[in-house]
Design a binder for this molecule. Structure first.
Ligand SMILES: NC(=O)c1ccc[n+]([C@@H]2O[C@H](COP(=O)([O-])OP(=O)(O)OC[C@H]3O[C@@H](n4cnc5c(N)ncnc54)[C@H](OP(=O)(O)O)[C@@H]3O)[C@@H](O)[C@H]2O)c1
Length: 313
């Protein structure tokens, strides 16, 4: 009975040390040092190499070390065992900080004030709308979307949410999957907090941007994406910014990460970039959560955060 950490694109050594410290009684190994594959009963993964998990004959479950599982499903030889993901209050809260901060930066036109400051210009930009005049639309009303919505509402933003199945959230305008056009038509600031699945890949494209509200208080609609880079078509974001369909974009995630040096997004005057760190995680909390899910499963209980293999999130 051993746990395999199967991690690429992050340094696995701190994770191995952390998990061994959190569970000193356990046999925890890090790929590629698998040892006897028959020993491995659970895998905790971040972008596992394709095909590695299928060679573990006694694997009983997989836990993603992140909130998303698109990287797990990227493995075409994924074994048919339950898959869980991380839900962590600290991670959720940090994502909401990012959403609220960038929504306020747009509302209060902070990037324009930054530019004016560099020119030593004392200028008051008008109009200066109140939060309640800005219609924020959140795509994805799951754990992250609902928390961000609640915190944006506390500031006073006018918030609506769109999800595959329509959610009922007190005090919030909500839309289901078939009401996308209606949702977009009332949205000035679009916040994407959706998982990357076959249904959502490339959803943030020019045709969608053109369906956003054209009568908003900031002049043109704004895109914020902290879901996954695969949701967005970056060539379309650039085209939409250049033709005025979008007024600005704040992006935490990208089609290719790290964002390639040659990407025109880097220096675009209407783009704000953060390096996929909108929801920096407390890694000890994540490690404890992963171990708690494995312990549950060993006791014969299902993972608390098991994902739907068909929906892929
Ligand atoms: N940038 C970062 O650092 C970072 C950090 C953490 C997470 N993330 C990303 O954020 C995503 C969301 O996290 P979460 O914990 O909020 O996930 P979640 O609780 O599973 O919520 C996902 C939401 O997206 C909706 N959705 C899924 N497919 C859809 C579709 N085809 N059309 C419309 N709505 C759809 C779901 O609809 P239903 O309500 O109908 O199920 C749900 O409301 C993760 O999958 C991950 O990719 C990014």
């Amino acid at each position: 009975m051993a746990i395999l950490l199967c991690i690429t694109q992050w340094d696995p050594v701190p994770w191995l040390e952390r998990m061994r410290r959190l569970a000193p009684e356990r046999d925890i190994r890090a790929w590629p040092d698998v040892g006897d594959p028959a020993d491995i009963t659970y895998a905790a993964v971040w972008k596992q190499p394709a095909g590695v998990l299928k060679d573990l004959p006694n694997l009983k479950g997989i836990v993603s070390l992140g909130a998303g599982v698109d990287h797990v499903f990227a493995d075409p030889a994924l074994p048919d065992v339950p898959i869980a993901r991380v839900i962590d209050a600290d991670l959720t809260s940090r994502m909401s900080e990012w959403v609220v901060m960038h929504a306020l930066i747009h509302l209060r036109r902070q990037r324009l004030y930054d530019a004016l400051q560099r020119e030593r210009l004392w200028r008051d930009i008008r109009p200066a709308p109140a939060a309640g005049e800005l219609r924020v639309g959140i795509m994805g009303m799951g754990v992250l979307g609902q928390d961000a919505a609640a915190k944006l509402r506390t500031i006073g933003f006018s918030v609506a949410g769109w999800s595959r199945t329509r959610r009922t959230v007190e005090g919030l305008e909500t839309y289901g999957g078939d009401a996308l056009d209606e949702f977009l038509a009332r949205t000035d600031l679009l916040v994407a907090l959706m998982p990357l699945t076959p249904d959502t890949r490339g959803i943030l494209d020019l045709s969608l941007f053109r369906r956003l509200a054209r009568d908003g208080v900031l002049g043109a609609p704004i895109l914020m994406n902290a879901g996954r880079g695969g949701l967005q078509v970056e060539a379309d974001i650039l085209a939409a910014l250049d033709e005025g369909t979008l007024g600005a974009a704040t992006l935490d995630v990208f089609e290719t990460e790290p964002l390639p040096q040659e990407s025109p997004l880097w220096l675009h005057p209407k783009v704000t970039i953060t390096p996929h760190n909108s929801a920096i995680s407390d890694e000890d909390a994540v490690g404890r959560f992963v171990l708690s899910q494995i312990e549950r499963h060993e006791r014969g209980l299902p993972f608390e955060t098991e994902v739907d293999r068909r929906a892929r999130y």
